[in-house]
Structure formats: structure tokens, C-alpha cells
Ligand binder design. Structure first.
Ligand code: KG4
Ligand code: ZN
Length: 336
């Protein structure tokens, strides 16, 4: 089985061919980060225009590198939700055109389900059910993966996502966009106990997250220091931020695992590249005797292989879209 996956939900135009669900035959990513860096974040209209310019070339390259043509494919999978609406529309419309021209089925994929699927590409033995922490720039979810295509969200952020919190703290410290990776680097030479930062709990659901208080506290700390003319060690602050975010994500996931009886835990999303989050989740699972799975670092960020992999499982489950498929900016995993 050969599935082409297309991803354009944010600032990466990506396409990949995956065979038999888990074997990556090609994976091409065209990132727009350098362009959005100038503005300190993703500019939606620029993102859409770049997707429009790049999507054909990226897809052609993915097919060429896999050594296949459209005729060899079993289906065309595409991210249709959630994400920047203009960016998603480029991928959805392009995939529709490909499906129509080739006569192949069109397979809709939820972006977060794609992130979860990076674990199948990294671990040949992983099968549902398990509990997955998905932390990215736009989402922080604890999800029951009931089967390859059925999900239940048990915890979510009430305000900022973990990646957003990393990026906003990074910006306040003067690091370029996207800042998460710079905080990670600076944290390597800092003291995680140097600053005590808030770890709020959320009323009503002990698995939910809230990261806006942490962000505000970091911004206030930096403002106060600036006004007083004192200096804050960026390495120490980065290490403290990273340790606090890793601690919150891990504690809530372990709480959910215990309450719901999961002994198999996975991690996914852009923030799963963070060394502190990887170490904290891995240590907590080891302590409790849980099996732990995380994606290879190269698969943590947005890519086409995750859409092709999840698209393969959707295909096997009979999930298809017709020509009326539309892009959706906000769509809970509970509603797919
Ligand atoms: O999954 P992703 O590529 O895009 C979304 O679907 O949102 O996640 C991007 C997020 C950004 O916030 C980025 O700063 C964060 O993942 N990120 C990291 C690291 N690498 C990427 N955050 C902390 N440490 C990292 N090493
Ligand atoms: Zn993503």
C-alpha cells in the first residue's frame, strides 16, 4: 500500500510517500521559518502564498524520491484541520486536484492524529491503545488513542499551548522565532532551580493545562529587571522555564495514566523535540514501570510522513473524503 501525504497547516509545506503504513519512502519539507522570523511569528497570508508557490514542487520531489508516480498510489492523504485556514486550503485544494486527476481516493487527516502517528514511524512494535501527550505550537492535549482512528481527549490547555509558551518566553528573552529550540539550547548551561515559576492547576479537570500564568510571570520578571537595570541570566531562566513546562506536562500525563489505567505512554508534537520534556517523560514512565514511546527528533516537527502514515490507517479504516472536503481551522479530536 502506497499513500501520499500532504501537509500545509502552518509554516511547513511538506509531502511524503509512505508504504505499508510505516515505511517512509520519501519526505520533503519546505520550511518558511526564515521568512516569518522577520515578523517574530507566522504571518498567515505569507504562509498561504508560500504554500501555493511550493506545494507542486514539494509533491513532485516526494514522488520522484520515492520512485513512484501518481498511478502507483493507493490514495492521497491531506491535513484538513486544524490550522491556519488559508494555509490548510492550499493543501486541501491541491490534494483534491491530485485525487481527481489520478482517480485515487482522497483521505482526510487531522493534524494532531498525524503527530501521534510519528510514533508508528519510529516504533515498529507500537499499537493502540495507549495514552499520548501531544504538545505543539498550537496544542497541548492528553489523548486516549483507542485505536488507529479513534481518539478521546482527556486533557487540554485552557489558554496557551506549551510550544506557544516556550516561544513567547523565548521572544521576551530576545531569542528569534521559533524560540522553543533556543530555550532548549540555553537551558543546557543553566540552573533549573534558579527561578521559581508558577505551576497552576485548573479547576474542573485535573488533567487540563494552563500556561499563560507562567508566560506572564516570565515577561514581568524580565520587565522588572530591565526597569531596575539588573540582569537576568538567560541560561538559568531558560532552564527554569523548561523544567517547569516539562514538569507540568509530565505530572498531568502521569495523573491521567494512573486514573485511566494506562501503562503504555507516548509523546508527540513539535515540543516532543525538547530535551527536558523527553527526559522528564521518559524518567517518569521508567519510575512507574510504564512503556514509553517518543518520535525520532526528525519527525517531531510538522512533516508529510506523519500525514501519510495516519492517512494509511484512515485508508484501511475506510475513511474517505469526497469532492466537498473543506479545511477547518478549529476541530477537536473528539469530533473526527
Ligand atoms: O508541531 P509543530 O511543528 O507545529 C504545530 O503543529 O504547532 O510545533 C511547533 C512548536 C513551536 O512552538 C516550537 O517552538 C516548538 O514546537 N519546539 C520546541 C522545540 N522544538 C520545537 N519547543 C521546545 N524545545 C524544542 N527543542
Ligand atoms: Zn504540528
Amino acid at each position: 500500500m502506497l499513500i501520499l501525504g500532504i501537509e500545509s497547516s502552518c509554516d511547513e509545506t511538506a509531502a511524503s510517500v509512505v508504504s505499508d503504513c510505516r515505511e517512509i519512502r520519501s519526505s520533503v519539507i519546505s520550511t518558511q521559518i526564515e521568512e516569518h522570523k522577520k515578523y517574530g511569528g507566522v504571518v498567515p497570508e505569507i504562509a498561504s502564498r508560500r504554500h501555493c508557490e511550493n506545494i507542486l514542487g514539494v509533491t513532485r520531489k516526494a514522488l520522484d524520491e520515492a520512485g513512484v508516480t501518481l498511478a502507483d498510489l493507493d490514495g492521497v492523504a491531506v491535513t484538513y484541520a486544524p490550522g491556519l485556514i488559508g494555509a490548510l486550503l492550499v493543501g486541501v485544494n491541491f490534494a483534491k486536484g491530485l485525487a481527481m486527476a489520478s482517480g485515487k481516493p482522497l483521505i482526510p487527516v487531522h493534524h494532531i492524529a498525524g503527530h501521534i502517528a510519528t510514533n508508528y514511524l519510529s516504533h515498529a512494535d507500537l499499537e493502540p491503545p495507549y495514552l499520548c501527550l501531544v504538545a505543539s505550537g498550537g496544542h497541548s492535549h492528553i489523548i486516549e488513542v483507542l485505536s488507529y482512528t479513534q481518539f478521546r481527549v482527556v486533557g487540554r490547555t485552557r489558554d496557551d499551548a506549551a510550544g506557544e509558551c516556550f516561544d513567547k518566553c523565548a521572544r521576551a528573552m530576545g531569542f528569534p522565532y521559533p524560540g522553543g529550540v533556543h530555550v532548549d539550547k540555553a537551558a543546557q548551561s543553566g540552573d533549573p532551580d534558579a527561578f521559581k515559576l508558577p505551576r497552576p492547576t485548573v479547576a474542573g479537570n485535573e488533567f487540563d493545562f494552563s500556561f499563560s500564568g507562567l508566560k506572564t510571570s516570565v515577561i514581568n520578571m524580565l520587565h522588572n529587571a530591565e526597569q531596575k537595570g539588573t540582569d537576568i541570566d538567560r541560561n538559568d531562566l531558560s532552564a527554569s522555564i523548561q523544567s517547569t513546562i516539562s514538569g507540568i506536562l509530565t505530572d498531568h500525563t502521569m495523573r491521567a495514566a494512573e486514573a485511566l489505567g494506562y501503562k503504555k505512554i507516548a509523546l508527540a508534537g513539535g515540543v516532543s523535540a525538547n530535551s527536558g520534556v523527553r527526559a522528564a517523560m521518559s524518567a517518569a514512565c521508567q519510575e512507574r514501570g510504564y512503556e514509553f514511546f517518543m518520535p525520532e527528533k526528525s519527525l517531531c516537527g510538522d512533516n508529510g510522513a506523519m500525514i501519510a502514515c495516519q492517512g494509511s490507517y484512515n485508508f484501511l479504516a475506510g475513511i474517505r473524503a469526497d469532492e466537498s472536503l473543506n479545511a477547518i481551522a478549529t476541530l477537536s479530536m473528539d469530533d473526527i
